[in-house]
Every structure is written in C-alpha cells, then in structure tokens.
Design a protein around this ligand. Structure first.
Ligand code: ADP
Length: 533
C-alpha cells in the first residue's frame, strides 16, 4: 500500500533559532522545510509542493507580504499563515487582504499555534478537494463539448482555446499524424506565429512532442526542475517555455497525435493535478478525432461512389452512342443492298465492304469494353517471358503497316544496336504499343511517327513520337483516366471510349513500370513507357 505522505510545510524566517524550534515542534506531524529569506523561499515554492507556508512578517530588510504574493502566484492552492509582531493589527489586516489564511501574533503560544496550523491544513485539504471537484466539473463540460462538436477539424482552434483557458496556459498546440508523411503536423495552435505553425513537422522521437508520442507518456515539465531542464535542452530549443504539459492522444492503443500546453511567463507552473486532468481530457479529444476521421472516410467513400455512379451513367450513354453509329451504317447498307441487289455486282461489293468495315469497327469497340471490364475486375493477367524490346516494337509496327500506309505518314525507327532483353508479357506490351501507335496515326494529319527505344541497366524506355495535334496542358494527366477524351475535331469524328490509355497504364503498372506523355499543343506528342528489365 502507498504510504500516506505527510503534509509539507515551509517555514520562512530570518532567525535560524525560530526555524529550528518550529521544525522540532512539527517534526512528528509534518514534513518541514525552512527558508531564511524571501529569495530562498521563492526557489522552494513550486506549484503544489507545500500545503502551508508559515512566514514571519518582519524579517531583516524583507517583507513577509512578499512571501504571500509569491505563494499566490506560484502555487495558489498553498495556504499561508503569517506570524506578526505583538499587537500589529495593520500587518495582520494586510496579510489577510493579500490572501493569507490566518495570522498568529508573537510571542507564540505553541499550543494555540499548533491548533491554528492544524485548522489551516484542514482547510487546505478541503479547498483542494473542492477545487478538484470544480475542475472535474469543468472538464466534464469541456469533454462533452468536444464529443458533441459537429466538425472537430473546424472546432479544433476553439477547443484548444478552451483548454488553454482551463489550464491558464499561454500557448499550446494539437498536432496530429499526417497520413502521407507519418509526421506530426499542427492541427491547431495558439500563441504560436502562423509561419512557425505551418512549418512545424515533427517525427516520432523528435522534440518533446515526438518523445512523448514515441514513449506514449504524458509529461509534466518545469524549467525549475533539473530533469525537465535537460529534456528542454535536448529536445526543445525554445528557451521561453517555463512549464509544459505534453500528452499523447491515443485511442485503443492507436496514437493519433499529441496535445501540448505551455506556460511562458509569470510564476505559475503546471501541477501533477493538471497532468491528471489533461490526461483524462485527452481521451475525449482522441475519441472525437477518431470519430471525425471515420465520418470523413464515410463522406469520402460516398463521394467516390457518386463519382463511380456518374461514370457508369456516362459509360452507358457513350457505349450506346458508339455502338449505334456503326450499326446504323450497317443497316443502311443492308437496306440499299436489298434494294439494289438486282443491279450490278460491283455496287453490291462496295456495300458489303462498308458493312464489313463497320462491323469490324464495332467488334473493336466491344473488345475494348470487354478488356476494360476485365481491368475493372482486376482480371488482367500478365505472363512474363524474356523478350527483345526492339522485336516487339517492330511487330507492333508491322501489324499497323496498312494503317500507316493509308495515313501517308512516314514511320521512323530509333533503336540501339544490341537486343534489349526484358522480362515482360509480349502480347500485353504489344497491345500497349499498338494502342499508342494507332493513337499517333489517328491524331497526326501530316509529318512522321517515330518509334524508339532506350536501354538502361535496370529498365527499357519505349517511346512513340508523333507530329500531330498535341495535347493541351491540363489534359496530360487526365487522358490516362477512364473515359477521358480531349474534345477536338479528330475525337469528335473518330470512335473511341477513352479507354485505350487507362488500359495501357494498367498493363504497364502491372509490370512495375510507368507511362507518361510529353506534348506541345499543335506540335505533337511523345508517349513514353518504362518497363523494368
Ligand atoms: P481513345 O483513343 O479511345 O479516345 P485513349 O485512352 O487512347 O482513348 O486516348 C484518350 C485521349 O487522349 C484521346 O481521345 C485523345 O484526346 C488523347 N490522345 C491520345 N493519344 C494522343 C496523341 N498521340 N495525340 C493527341 N492526342 C492524343
């Protein structure tokens, strides 16, 4: 069982004999300490350490009233008992006015003095109890406000201000872990300049906040204590801090961030009781932050679902439109064929060619959709073997040779002499190349298309360059998204779903590679993709 600690009394008197006598008088009941000057008393009075300070009113060149002022500033809960000169009513009145609990007159009647001390100490305990109840009540109100707050992110500055008020702190911050960097960043701060606020990023273990988080320990620091001074020196270069409370914010063992309060001036210091109360409060704060995160996630998921729903609707309208166009052409040709069937066989041949052409176009579109549905279902299979990259480029160009011929564009090659071996799925890589080359042909009215390779130690970079219409700046990222097509005369007149590039991207990424584009509007584009060897 924890041993009950004796109440602590500080006796301030410039006459050592009196100090000695009082220490002897109290020795079995209280834990006593002495100071022979106001200055020495100032060093000893730290927050919450003494239940009672007994001071003599008149000390050589010093004033006992200063001791009362010190106690009220540094440790407001500590009681003060003033020893005044014989029948010095004025001193007694001044002492009481400054907040002393009681006074006794010299010469001391020890029996009566001891009763007074006992009563004052009793009062100390009662007032502490009352104070605690009041603070717990305040805490309960504050916690409820935090838990009920609609938007914790937005109310964080207000909440922090309220906490600062509760603990009479000068500055403070709530720092939360940033998902992407894993560092603590300021979520709300008071008494800290905005530029410092924006630049503070603390890693676990770094600075005092990082230390508290790393060790998951709440800290009470006071610049008067040697241990805290060392901590401040090693972890916190801000010398203006006199006292700090640093409390990790954690819920169900998960660390979310850290709450920090500071006292920068004056004599007041945080106490163990402050630490207890802020620790209790930190649970409500952590719970609210966690709840807010869940809520945000739900909202985000909801937005994503809405976006997907919109895409699906767009898909249906695009698909119907694209599939309808060739069908209409086929139907028209069939009607004509039926009508003219008795006419020349040449006319019938022409119409049959149109039908075939449009059906092929439709098959291509449907095939792209099917591929895409596989991509959505994560069903794209990659079967890697060792292949020569240059061979793949040539084969892809070969497959599109009639299209190139028809376009009137020049086809150039730029390969290194050595074969460029890599481990990849040849069919899939060829599919990407065909898509990029077909796009280059589609979007280039005149000039050339150049297919190149660059062999690096760890990877191979393929490129397909054209001298076509190019891609406007804002669209360069978007063309790799599903269903995105730049609105221009070419896209308006060529069928497509805007799925070729997203499909290519998925294939390249499934190989652990990367695809990107460099382009200038009106001058042309270069599509690159990198595949690891
Ligand atoms: P689709 O070709 O079916 O439209 P893609 O995903 O292959 O779909 O391409 C998306 C869009 O990117 C195209 O509609 C076009 O606007 C743009 N684009 C692709 N390649 C080129 C290129 N070589 N030059 C100019 N624009 C291009």
């Amino acid at each position: 069982m924890k041993k009950k600690l004796k109440d602590r009394i500080l006796i301030v008197d410039d006459e050592p004999q009196i100090n000695k006598m009082l220490v002897a008088n109290f020795s079995d009941k209280y834990d006593t300490d002495t100071a022979e000057s106001v200055k020495e008393a100032e060093k000893k009075i730290t927050a919450g350490k003494y239940a009672l300070v007994i001071t003599d009113m008149s000390m050589e060149g010093q004033n006992g009233l200063d001791v009362i002022r010190l106690v009220k500033a540094k440790s407001p809960q500590t009681m003060v008992l003033m020893i005044t000169g014989y029948s010095s009513v004025e001193d007694a009145v001044n002492a009481l006015r400054l907040g002393a609990e009681d006074y006794v007159q010299k010469p001391l009647d020890l029996a009566r003095f001891n009763v007074t001390v006992k009563n004052v100490i009793e009062k100390f305990h009662q007032s502490r109890q009352l104070n605690k109840i009041q603070r717990l009540f305040e805490l309960e109100k504050a916690s409820r406000a935090v838990l009920e707050s609609e938007n914790i992110g937005r109310s964080m500055p207000e909440i922090l201000k309220m906490i600062l008020g509760m603990f009479k702190a000068d500055s403070g911050s709530v720092m939360l872990f940033d998902k992407s960097s894993g560092q603590l960043v300021v979520s709300a701060a008071e008494g800290i300049s905005p530029d410092i606020k924006a630049s503070i990023r603390v890693s676990s273990g770094d600075k005092i906040s990082g230390w508290a988080v790393k060790h998951n320990r709440a800290l009470l620091l006071d610049s008067n204590s040697g241990k805290s001074r060392k901590m401040f020196k090693n972890y916190e270069p801000r010398s203006e801090i006199k006292s700090s409370l640093v409390v990790p914010l954690a819920i169900r063992g998960k660390l979310l961030g850290v709450l920090n309060l500071n006292i920068l001036s004056g004599l007041k210091r945080f106490t163990e009781e402050d630490l207890d109360i802020i620790t209790i409060f930190s649970f409500s704060l952590a719970l609210s932050i966690e709840n807010a995160r869940y809520k945000n996630e739900l909202v985000e998921n909801n937005e994503q679902l809405k976006e997907i729903d919109k895409l699906k609707t767009e898909l249906i309208s695009n698909v119907s439109h694209e599939l309808m166009t060739p069908l209409t052409a086929v139907k028209g040709s069939l009607d004509l064929l039926l009508y003219y069937t008795a006419e020349t066989p040449e006319a019938s041949k022409k119409l049959l060619a149109i039908i075939k052409n449009n059906l092929e176009r439709q098959i291509k579109l449907v095939a792209e959709l099917l591929e895409f549905s596989k991509l959505e279902a994560n069903k794209i299979k990659i079967e890697k073997t060792s292949v020569d990259a240059a061979g793949l480029l040539r084969e892809a160009a070969e497959e599109l040779s009639s299209l190139v011929k028809k376009s009137g564009l020049e086809l150039k090659f730029g390969f290194p002499d050595k074969p460029q071996l890599l481990n990849a799925d040849p069919n899939r890589v060829k599919q990407v190349l065909i898509n990029l080359i077909a796009n280059a042909i589609k979007f280039t009215a005149k000039g050339y298309i150049e297919l190149s390779l660059e062999g690096k130690t760890e990877s191979v970079i393929f490129s397909v360059k054209d001298t076509g219409c190019g891609i406007p700046g804002e669209a360069k990222e978007k063309i790799f998204e599903r269903f995105y097509r730049v609105d221009n005369p070419v896209t308006r007149n060529t069928p497509g779903f805007g799925l070729g590039l997203p499909l290519s991207k998925a294939i390249i990424e499934a190989h652990g590679g990367k695809i990107w584009v460099e382009s200038e509007e009106g001058k042309g584009s270069v599509f690159y993709f990198m595949l690891p060897r």
